[in-house]
Design a protein around this ligand. Sequence first.
Ligand code: MN
Length: 738
Amino acid sequence: MASSAVIQPSVSPESLLEALLEDCRSALPRCDEHLIRKAFHFCLEAHKESLRASGEPYYTHPVEVARIVARDIALDDISVAAALLHDVIEDTEFTLQDIQAEFGSTIAEIVDSVTKISGIVENRTVTEAETYRKLLLSLIRDVRAILIKLADRLHNMRTLDVLPPERRRRIARETLDIYAPFAHRLGLANLKWELEDLSFKALNPEAYASLAQALQASRAEREAYIQGVIEPIERQLRLHGLRFEITGRPKNLYSIYQKMVTRGKPLEEIYDLFAIRIILDTDDSNECYFVYGLVTQLFTPIPERFKDFIAVPKKNGYRSLHTTVIGPEGRPVEIQIRTRAMHEIAERGVAAHFRYKASYGAAPRWDDDPELEEWIQWVRELFEKRSREEAAQELLESFRLNLYQDEIYVFTPKGELKRLPKGATPLDFAFAIHTEIGHHCIGAKVNGRIVPLNYKLQTGDQVEILTSKHQAPSRDWEQIVVTHKAKSYIRRYLNEQRRLKQQEGQHLLEKRLRKLHLNVRDEDLERIAHALKYDNRSALFYALGTGAITPELVIELLQRNGQPTAEPPSLPSPEQIAEAARQQSRGIELVGTSTDGTPLLYSYARCCNPIPGDDIVGIITIGSGIRVHRRTCKNVQDMLQNNHPRLVQLRWGNVGEEQFIAALRITGDDRPGMLHDITKAIVACDRTNIRSVNIDSYSGLFEGVFTLYVRNTEHLERIVDKLRKIRGVHTVARFESP
Ligand code: MN
C-alpha cells in the first residue's frame, strides 16, 4: 500500500500546518480553520521539548495522525483537532483540564478516551483479541476516539523501522490481532489493508520482501493484462450512457500471502491478485445488476463466485456486487460493482455514515454482534430521516457510544483478560477464575494495592486474588457478588454446609435417644421445632448441629409433654444424667454453685466473642440458657453496675479442643505483600484458621479486621506478638465489637 510522505525534520512547522489545512479543505465537508490552527499551536507548544525515536521533533507524529484522520477517515474538524492533541495528556506537562479549558468538553473527552486505550491495551500480551476489541468499545463513548486511535496506530506502524526488532514485532502482532480487525469491523478497508501489510512486513520481513519483489517483477505484464479486461467493459458502459469510474487495483500483500498459505499455491497460481472495481455515479442500486449483466455478456462468469453483498450486506455494512469472470487466456478476474455511496462506505466505513446520506434498501447486518448491529442501524436511520447536514450536526454533537458499557474488563496477574458485569467485586473475579479460588478467597490486590472484598472493580484493573485454604464462603458473601456464577457456587456451598450440619444434628439427637431407649415420631419433632420457633424438623436438626440448642433440651421437651413413646419405658440412669451434664457444661462453670447434675445450657454472645482466658459473666435468657459475655462487653455494663438478678458469675471449665472466634483490628502501611505477610504469620502460629478478612485501604494505609479461630487468650496473644513484628504494621488490637 502507498505510504504517506515521510516528514523530514527540515520541514517547517508553518508548512506542516499548511499541508494539514490543505488536507482538511479538500476532504472535509466543513472545517473550522481557526480550531485547527489553535490545536496545532497547542500541540507544537506541548511537545516542543521531545523527540521521537527517529530523532524527529515529536509534534510531527500528532500532525501526521491528524492528516490521516483528515484524509483517510475524513470525518470532521473536531476529530482532526483531537488527533493533534491525542498524546498531550500522556506525554507532556499539560493535563486533561488544560485541554478542557482550551477546547471544551467534547475534544477533552475524545483525547481522554484515546489516552485510556493506550494505557490499557499497550504493553500487554494479547491473549483474547476479541475480548480486547470489546474492551476498547467499553472504554470509549465517542466513536471518534477509536478512529483517532486507528490513525495513531497507522502512523506508528509506518514509522516502525526505528524501533528495536522485539518491540517492532510485539506492536505488529498487536496491530494484526486488535487494530486491523477493528478497522475492518468499522469498515475502514484502506486502513485495514495498510495495517495488515505493515504488520506482515514487521513480522515476516523475508516473506514480505520476496512477495513484494515477485509482484513488482510481474507488474507490467499484469497491468497490461488487466487493461485488456477493463477496455471492453469501459466501451460497453459508455455505449449505455452510464457515468462511472473503473479501476484495476492490486490486492494488499497480506491477503495475497494468506491466499498462498491457505491454498498452498505459489504466487504464479494465484490469479485474483487484482480486483477490477466499477463505481457507478448513481443512487440506484439496480444499476449495479444492470452493469453486472453487461459485464457477463463480455466475459463468462464463474457462477459460484458471484456474491450479492447489496441484497445481503457484510457485517460491517459493506455493500457491493462481486463476481469472478474468465478473462483472456482463461485466467479468472474478480470484478466489484457498486454505487458511489456504497464505495464511500466501503472505503471509510462507519465514518462515511456521518458524511454520506446513504440511500439503500436492506439494513446492514452484524449478526454475531447485536449491540453493534443496533448501533449501526440507529446511525443509518438518523441519516435516512434527516438531511445530511442536520444528521451530521446531531450525531457529532450528541453522539455517544454505549456499547459494552455495562461490562468491565479486568486483567489477571498474567495479563489475561476477564469480562465481568459492571459492579463486580474481587470475589466475582475469584469465582470467574476457578471455584476453588473463589471458595478460599480472603482478599485481593488491585493494581498492587490491597482492597476490601466488596471493592467495585474498574475496567483496566489488574486483580490478584489472595487465598487461604482455611477460608470458606459465608452468608454475607452472597451480598458481595453480582455474577450468577459466584452466587450459585456460594449458595451451593452454603446449602451443602447446612445439609451437613443438619445431618450432624440429627445423628447427635438420634444417638442420645438410642442411649435413652426413646423412640420419637416425626410429628413430635415437628411440634418441638415449632415450640422452639424453628420452621421445621430440618431447622431443628440444623440448630442441634451448630450447637445453638442441645439434644438435652429437645429430650426434656419431649419428656415434659409425655408424648414420646418410650420402650422400654425407663428414665435415664443417674450416671447418664451426670455424663450429659459434664459434657454440656464442661466449658463453663457457675461460680458459687456446685454442679448438681442439671445440664447447664449456654451460648457465647456474638457482640464480644469471649474466649477462654477472658473474664466472663453470664446473663440468664429465656429459652436459650445462659449467654456468656466478656466482663468488658459494653452490653453488660449496666447490669453489672446495678447487680441485675439475671446476671450470674461464671468461670471457664475444661474446653478441650474447642475453637473460639476472635477478631483483630490491624492497621499499617499498604505495601506490596502486606496481606500475604499477615495471613502467613497468623496461619504459621499453631496453624491458626482464618475465618474472614475485611480490608480497607486509603492513601497508602490499610485497616483490616481479621476474624480467627483461637483456643484461648494465650493463643491470641501469641498471634498478636507475631503480627506486631511485621514490617509496616502499626497497630494490632482485639476487635471489641464488629
Ligand atoms: Mn500517538
